[in-house]
Design a protein around this ligand. Sequence first.
Ligand SMILES: CC(C)(COP(=O)(O)OP(=O)(O)OC[C@H]1O[C@@H](n2cnc3c(N)ncnc32)[C@H](O)[C@@H]1OP(=O)(O)O)[C@@H](O)C(=O)NCCC(=O)NCCS
Length: 145
Amino acid sequence: MLSDRYEVSLREFNQEFFEALEDNQYIKGPTIENISNYHTVYVDGEPAGVVGYLPPKIKAVADAGFVQIILASAYRGKGLIGKVYDLLAEKHSLKTLYATIYEKNTTSIQAHEKIGFKMLSPEKMADLRHRGLLDDDDIRLVKYL
Ligand SMILES: CC(C)(COP(=O)(O)OP(=O)(O)OC[C@H]1O[C@@H](n2cnc3c(N)ncnc32)[C@H](O)[C@@H]1OP(=O)(O)O)[C@@H](O)C(=O)NCCC(=O)NCCS
């Protein structure tokens, strides 16, 4: 795999690096309460992106997280997303990953599907929208580890 050529690690989150990253509006950044769930992603020793997760709001399950990821553009298209999520799940003992993605962000949707995320059924998404748990223009995917 192309991603095997890269040494990927997760280190302490760096706010300045996050703010300077292009496309950082695509994800929910950390709050004081959940900043320990966020990391700066390093690839071959260089800061390359940010990954983190929000715990579920309802029916809190300790081992589930709503993932957030951005890679700097130079690090996209190398299959790093899977490796980064594996490291996140391992570090925080996550067993279920949820991804909420803007429906027009097809690159992200396809990248998540490629690594085993499955879209929730239309019925389930309609129910979440009805309950105010999913915006109309977002879709939700899940991966069980
Ligand atoms: C979504 C994202 C994390 C995917 O991670 P990734 O490791 O690049 O995923 P992949 O390597 O599987 O590449 C995904 C697609 O990006 C596209 N791509 C390839 N090279 C690229 C580059 N240099 N720049 C931008 N996109 C590129 C390709 O369409 C590729 O799909 P393909 O390999 O099947 O052709 C990354 O694109 C990103 O950080 N995007 C901006 C922020 C964002 O949308 N975050 C997700 C919010 S839900």
